[in-house]
Design a protein around this ligand. Structure first.
Ligand code: FNR
Length: 389
């Protein structure tokens, strides 16, 4: 039996399976970070710089991983992060992930550049999804997306602010996903045919799909190419804090600002009226050289944690990482690549199994720390490796 056929019990197990299933350019698109990938690597590595406190003999027969966020009850402090074009990794990928999130009692975030539309996700689920917004140059298009998300039951907007310019993901340039060179394009278009199982599942090049959330057709390789060029031309580098006021006028639900890596920006987000922030460096895909999110979390949570909800993403692979982030000041975390690998590997069933594993790991970790409730996870139960905290 190949080592890849073992039952998947970690994010890395799913990642290996996803690598076998996806064409190389798509795997690299998911896995890659910007430039030298220093930040991407730090996001994961820096979790290991924190150690948990083990306390015993404390009756942990009723460990409870549930929490409340923005008025919603969550089975655990975890949400699925927005991931663009997830419908390219498995058929109707956003719908599959939204269903798994609902089944496991956590929120799903639909990306601006999702393949499935707000309406499609709403009709496949009963729980409200979160909607992620990029500020696009075409404000009428932004308004249309906001109205459609609200009409589809969404109450929480995740406004991503760390993509003023597209990050330099060199793997994507090498594969022709970015940069637009003819040689590159030929390289990735040829790869479409290297994974027939994936190609049949996706149905690209043949089976008609509905329009994607930005109302573009993505049914063929050339559609995909045009869609990518359109999206790249739409990111608005002129957005400032003033645009939050504009958003407020056009969105009556919660606003979470995603992409905060600096305590001063966290304060500016609070001043702008954010209901929550996500400490995020876009999974190391934007500014390479910025620190890991887990390293920045304590100072940001200390400065604004009383005034707004503080979420974190980047580098989370398992339940132990979740517990560490909550202990360091996060109210909840989001996972990106982790759920995407599970979905690319095994579809909705894979995401279901992954989320069940997260919950099991969070509960086991809390119990072995002598902790029964999420509220007890604070700076008393975590230490910085080899350093007084
Ligand atoms: C992303 N991310 C992202 N974020 C966002 O706000 N809108 C988007 O459309 C996307 N698209 C996207 C695509 C892919 C393939 C990845 C891997 C990531 C960033 C995402 O929401 C999240 O911040 C990171 O993925 C968190 O890091 P980890 O969990 O992947 O380490």
């Amino acid at each position: 039996m190949s080592k890849y056929n073992v039952v998947a019990v970690t994010t890395n197990d799913y990642k290996r399976q996803a690598k076998q299933r996806l064409p190389n350019f798509l795997f690299d698109y998911i896995e890659g970070g910007a430039n030298a990938e220093q930040t991407l690597q730090a996001n994961t590595a820096d979790f290991k710089r924190y150690t948990l406190r083990q306390r015993v003999m404390r009756d942990v027969s009723a460990v409870d991983t549930s929490t409340t966020l923005f008025g919603e009850s969550l089975s655990m402090p975890l949400a699925l992060a927005p991931v663009g074009m997830a419908g390219l990794f498995a058929r109707r990928g956003e719908v599959q992930a939204a269903r798994a999130a609902e089944k496991n009692g956590i929120p799903f975030t639909l990306s601006t550049v999702a393949i499935c539309s707000s309406e499609e996700v709403q009709s496949a689920t009963n729980q409200p999804f979160w909607f992620q917004l990029y500020m696009l140059r075409d404000r009428a298009l932004v308004l249309d997306m906001l109205h459609r998300a609200a009409a589809s039951g969404c109450k929480t907007l995740v406004f991503t602010v760390d993509l003023a310019l597209p990050g330099m993901r060199l793997r994507d340039y090498r594969n022709g996903m970015l940069g637009g060179s003819t040689k590159g394009k030929i390289s990735y278009l040829t790869q479409l045919f290297t994974r027939p199982g994936w190609l049949l599942d996706i149905g690209i090049l043949g089976k008609p799909h509905s329009l994607c959330n930005l109302k573009h057709k993505v049914e063929s390789a050339s559609d995909l190419d045009r869609y990518k060029a359109f999206v790249e031309s739409q990111f608005d580098p002129s957005a400032t804090w003033k645009d939050i006021a504009w958003l407020r006028n056009n969105w009556s639900g919660n606003i979470i600002i995603k992409g905060i890596m600096d305590a001063d920006d966290a304060k500016a987000a609070v001043d702008a009226g954010a209901d929550g922030i996500v400490v995020s460096n876009h999974g190391g895909r934007q500014l390479d050289g910025v620190s890991s999110t887990i390293d920045k979390l304590p100072s940001i949570a200390n400065s604004v944690g009383q005034q707004t909800k503080v979420l974190l993403d980047g580098g989370i692979h398992n339940g132990v990482d979740v517990v560490k982030a909550i202990a360091l000041g996060a109210d909840s975390v989001l996972i990106g690549r982790s759920w995407v690998y599970a979905m690319a590997a095994q579809g909705e069933a894979g995401v279901n199994k992954l989320l069940a594993l997260y919950q099991q790991e969070i509960a086991a970790t809390m119990g072995l720390m002598g902790v029964s409730r999420i509220e007890e996870l604070n700076s008393d139960v975590i230490e910085r490796f080899n350093q007084p905290f």
